[in-house]
Write a protein that binds this ligand. Structure first.
Ligand code: ADP
Ligand code: MG
Length: 234
């Protein structure tokens, strides 16, 4: 059973009288536990696509299913609820909450969307911090740790609710090359450990090399991959 199924997916933004079609009819599937990258130059539609998969922005046309849920039919509130329960996010600029400690940042999604008893919650957060190599940094604040460490915390936060899908829009854009590679390797290790599918976007060839499946976007369309028989389906 596919985790994500997109068919003839389109997205058009309307700004006053002007329309911009950012995604022009794409078809793809993503399997549970896969390690996938959407690549393409700036403006090719990577963020638009990830935002649709993440139920942050509704498609204009076509169909999109995530974990067997038809995303197109959800209203805003349902989308938010679905997102909280099923999808983790890692951002380019880390998006940690500055007034919360590392531990509290990872704990936050559990307080928001799931009703965990305190001891189980603390245990879960500790496990995730250990898993990303930040087990001894829980009491620090985001300003006291490096960019690479912040992104480790963000990966822990994305996984803490047991999401089956983590979306990361250019997660290495604000990291140096070596740190970028370490974060991608960490995401892969987390995939191996938790069987969470990771879908990240990048325009950096060194980063995209680490993906197991690469979808290339160009001007809102998916390029046919060399090994494909019948078009850009995974
Ligand atoms: P990428 O992430 O690959 O850089 P985006 O998905 O951000 O590409 O953008 C794809 C296209 O859609 C671009 O032409 C961009 O200007 C346009 N676009 C993106 N977001 C919006 C928006 N909120 N309103 C209008 N146009 C947008
Ligand atoms: Mg983008």
């Amino acid at each position: 059973m596919s985790l994500v199924v997109a068919e003839h997916l389109e997205k058009t933004y309307h700004i006053g009288d002007i329309s911009v079609t950012a995604i022009r009819g794409v078809d793809f599937t993503i399997q549970p536990g896969s390690f996938v990258s959407f690549v393409g130059p700036s403006g090719s539609g990577k963020s638009t696509l990830l935002n649709m998969i993440g139920c942050l922005d509704p498609p204009s046309r076509g169909s999109l299913q995530v974990a067997d849920q038809d995303i197109v039919s959800l209203n805003r509130q349902q989308a938010a609820q679905f997102r909280g329960a099923n999808i983790g996010f890692v951002f380019q600029d880390f998006n940690l909450i500055p007034v919360l400690t590392v531990f509290e940042n990872v704990e936050y999604p559990l307080l928001m969307v799931q009703n965990w008893p305190a001891p189980a919650r603390k245990k879960r957060v500790s496990e995730l911090l250990e898993a990303v190599g930040m087990g001894d940094q829980g009491n620090k604040y985001p300003r006291q740790i490096s960019g690479g460490q912040k992104q480790r915390v963000a990966v822990a936060r994305a996984l803490v609710t047991n999401a089956k899908l983590v979306l990361a829009d250019e997660p290495t854009a604000n990291l140096d090359g070596e740190t970028a590679n370490r974060i991608i390797q960490l995401m892969k290790k987390m995939r191996d450990e938790f069987n969470t599918a990771f879908v990240f976007s990048t325009h950096d060839p060194k980063v995209m090399r680490n993906a197991e499946i690469v979808f290339t976007l160009e001007d809102g369309k998916l390029l046919k991959r060399p090994n494909d028989e019948g078009g850009p389906h995974a």
